[in-house]
Design a protein around this ligand. Structure first.
Ligand code: 5AD
Ligand code: SF4
Length: 451
């Protein structure tokens, strides 16, 4: 049996997606059970965990330069344990320990549950250790989160991990492995537990939620799972991310008409508006097929907000290919888009493609695209001015009457009220002025404080 170590401090830095945020939450809770308290200052920590992302070159560089800076801390305090988790850890493995000798532990996404044991080994003098086994037989363990330092009204719940798609630009199949669905009973138990703690909004997480349940017989489809989660009392808002356009089923689209708590927001990564580029990306859909899905979603749920991801400067992207993406923005008129310059990633097939687009061209295309999308987002928001919508309170300013929340489509709304609200409470607001990143609104009414 392990003895409790009191008053130790852990500092966790998280890069990347919600999956990583969620993994960091798990690691914090596992270490809390060992008596560790979270600290925001790495200088005071006994354990530092850097949960890394490898999706683009920039994300990896950021994590690496942060890790480099911890060399000094380790020198000053040799008992400090420095652990690297997440996708760079899985990708680099022991090479990371060789390159950075001040690191103690490299721990892949499937191994985070062993963090306490591995840290104890290091403290016992085991020396550097790499835990990056990735097994297709891995079972995502049951987990009942405490609210800890995170928000108390909304949480992420992992429903599956890994990806089988092999888009040619993407490192994820190599860092997160093949698709593994979590047991539905564990998912439902976790959401019920969160609802019991007062959580009102849940986002179901997976690299590609469309294939939930397809890796083992007897599991529900993702749409069936959504219906089951939506039945859990106390959950007022349900979201999910991310869905690949390819396997987006009629059954899933219908959920936006049939499940009242499912927020009318769909993140549907397009990546490029050019069929030639989509083909080289191995996305397995055409522009026309994608647009048909968008049209169908809007027919089912006219107020649905659609957002996307776009990569500019994929190898071989011509000016005409890029123009096709620009034109796509005009056709879909997304509520928002995340856009990125293509970068080569280890293992990803496109790293070996010729005809790389020069950095300056990528930058120029990215800023053209972002400027256009910003205008479209703003025009979309201006169209909503005057409408009445439900907003979930996120928080208020400390000194009183300024409140902030999110619409079901995930827009931020700020409003003034002398009343007091709690995070997670639903209020009805008339949207006033559209600002760059938010709306100003006027409160009309609010529900009773949630129990
Ligand atoms: N280069 C640039 N962007 C990438 N993305 C994934 N891989 C790369 C890459 N190699 C983007 C995609 C994806 C988002 C999470 O990151 O748009 O949807
Ligand atoms: Fe980054 Fe992708 Fe890994 Fe998430 S799964 S941390 S986005 S590389």
């Amino acid at each position: 049996m392990r003895t409790l170590i009191n008053n130790r401090l852990v500092h966790i830095e998280t890069f990347g997606c919600q999956m990583n945020e969620r993994d960091s939450e798990i690691m914090a809770q596992l270490m809390a059970a060992e008596g560790y308290i979270e600290t925001a200052t790495p200088e005071t920590a006994d354990l530092i965990v850097v949960n890394t992302c490898s999706i683009r070159g920039k994300a990896e560089q950021k994590a690496m330069s942060l890790l480099g800076r911890y060399r000094k801390l380790k020198k000053r305090k040799p008992s400090l344990v420095v652990a690297v988790a997440g996708c760079v850890a899985q990708q680099e493995g022991t090479a990371l320990l060789e390159r950075m000798t001040h690191l103690d532990l490299v721990i892949g996404p499937q191994e985070i549950y062993r963090l306490p044991e591995l840290v104890a080994n290091i403290q016992g003098g085991s020396g550097q250790y790499c835990a990056t086994i990735q097994s297709p037989a891995f079972v995502i363990p049951p987990f009942l989160p405490e609210l800890g330092n995170g928000p108390s009204h909304k949480r992420f719940v992992t429903i599956m991990q890994g990806c089988n798609n092999f888009c040619t630009y993407c490192v994820v199949p190599y860092t997160r492995g093949r698709e593994i669905s979590r047991e539905p009973a564990d998912i439902l138990a976790e959401v019920s537990h969160l609802a019991g703690l007062g959580v009102r909004e849940v986002t179901l997480l997976g690299q590609n939620v469309n294939s939930y349940g397809q890796d083992r017989p007897g599991l529900p489809s993702f749409a069936e799972l959504l219906h089951q989660v939506a039945e859990i009392p106390g959950i007022a808002r349900l979201r999910f991310t991310t869905s690949h356009p390819k396997g987006l089923s009629e059954e899933l689209m219908r959920c936006f008409a049939d499940i009242p708590v499912l927020c009318p927001h769909f993140h549907l990564p397009m990546q490029s508006g050019s069929d030639a580029v989509l083909k080289r990306m191995n996305r397995k859909y055409t522009r026309e097929e994608y647009l048909a899905k968008v049209a169908h979603l809007r027919a089912i749920r006219p107020d649905i907000a659609i957002t996307t991801d776009i990569i500019v400067g994929f190898p071989g992207e011509t000016e005409a290919d890029f123009e096709a993406t620009m034109e796509l923005l005009e056709v879909v008129r997304y509520h928002g888009a995340f856009s990125f310059k293509y970068s080569d990633r280890p293992h990803a097939a496109s790293a070996k493609f010729g005809d790389k687009v020069p950095e300056a061209v990528k930058s120029e295309r990215l800023s053209r695209l972002q400027a256009r999308q910003e205008k479209i987002t703003f025009e979309r928001k201006e169209k909503l001015v005057g409408t009445v919508t439900e907003v979930m309170i996120e928080g208020g300013s400390r000194n009183g009457d300024q409140w902030s929340g999110r619409t079901a489509a995930n827009f931020i709304v700020n409003f003034t009220s002398a009343e007091t609200f709690t995070p997670g409470q639903l209020v009805t607001v008339r949207l006033g002025e559209a600002c760059q990143n938010s709306f100003r609104g006027t409160i009309i009414q609010h529900e009773e404080q949630p129990a």
